[in-house]
Design a protein around this ligand. Structure first.
Ligand code: NAD
Ligand code: MG
Length: 283
């Protein structure tokens, strides 16, 4: 039986029309060049008993279980997490771009899902990605970690912010740091980037910034942050080591914890602990 037939059989079993396969989007391919598509079965779109029944039946038939995306991303390897994050971001974009904003007519997805077109005026819509800078600020000996009220309890991270229209990355870093903690950036170094599917599709651009020693007094913007504080390299290194241990391996209470390995914020913090500076980017 071909894979398509097998999928149609499964969809039929769960009361779904096989037409739904047309909504699938291309997210990558295997080393053997087999195309990988993702499909949203819409189990979350309905709170009906029917949907939850299907969910349980599907778990049995597919010998798997549905878990929250945020949890799954941190349990998978980097490659699978990246596929899942692409799938989620692309499927959500299609779901929220069903109509042309000029004509109001339904838009049509191309086969791979890389764009949607309005048949009445040929306007092409491409999936959107919002650039976000995430910066680990240091004063040379300490680094600045911050907490938003939306973060999981006890988690501290690097400072992040969306790029405004018309800004360069360097301008965004300077503005966000000034707005959120009242500091002035002295030097700036690019580190790495990562696609992040929350709240919508973002490209996280990670940087290290330094402020002048002696100009380190924080003015925390409490509308944006719940807390911000300077931490020594030793303190951060200790928390980073404990972060990688399972709950059973933990001994004693930890003062705070850091984003998991997969998050680019974790990579930034690890880089700072291990090596204070990276390749320079003119600020
Ligand atoms: N991967 C990581 O390690 C990591 C760590 C921290 C934050 N983040 C992500 O960085 C993103 C930005 O951080 P932040 O929340 O501090 O940003 P921020 O400081 O710019 O503040 C968020 C606010 O910006 C506004 N905003 C402007 N443009 C927006 C857009 N395109 N989409 C949504 N809101 C927009 C909204 O009012 C929103 O409430 C968050 O969505 C978060 O998921 C990722
Ligand atoms: Mg922010």
């Amino acid at each position: 039986m071909s894979l398509r037939h097998e999928l149609e059989r499964l969809l039929g079993k769960f009361g779904q029309d096989s037409q739904i396969l047309e909504d699938s989007v291309l997210i990558g391919c295997s080393e053997q060049q087999e195309a990988w598509f993702a499909l949203d079965l819409g189990l979350n779109s309905s709170s009906s008993i029917n949907a939850s029944l299907q969910k349980a039946e599907m778990e049995t038939a597919l010998q798997g279980s549905f878990i929250k995306l945020t949890k799954a991303l941190f349990e998978l390897n980097v490659k699978d997490a990246s596929l899942l994050s692409t799938a989620q971001a692309l499927l959500r974009w299609h779901d929220t771009h069903q109509f042309c904003s000029r004509s109001g007519q339904p838009t049509k997805k191309n086969v791979s899902g890389s764009k949607r077109v309005c048949p009445s005026n040929n306007i092409i819509y491409y999936p959107q990605v919002a650039p976000v800078v995430i910066t680990l600020v240091s004063d040379g000996t300490r680094c600045l970690l911050v907490r938003q009220s939306s973060f999981p309890k006890g988690m501290y991270s690097a400072l992040a912010g969306f790029c405004d229209i018309g800004e360069s990355l360097e301008e965004t870093v300077r503005r966000e740091i000034a707005e959120e903690v009242g500091l002035e950036v002295d030097r700036l170094h690019y580190s790495a980037s990562q696609h992040w599917p929350f709240p919508n599709s973002t490209l996280m651009i990670a940087c290290h910034a330094t402020v002048k020693p002696g100009q380190t007094e924080l003015q925390v913007n409490l509308k944006e942050l719940e807390a911000a504080a300077w931490f020594s390299r030793d303190e951060v290194a200790t928390v980073l080591r404990r972060n990688n241990l399972s709950n059973q391996q933990q001994s004693g209470a930890i003062p705070f914890w850091l984003p998991p390995k997969l998050a680019i914020a974790h990579q930034l913090i690890k880089e700072w602990v291990e090596k204070p500076t990276c390749s320079p980017l003119p600020a």
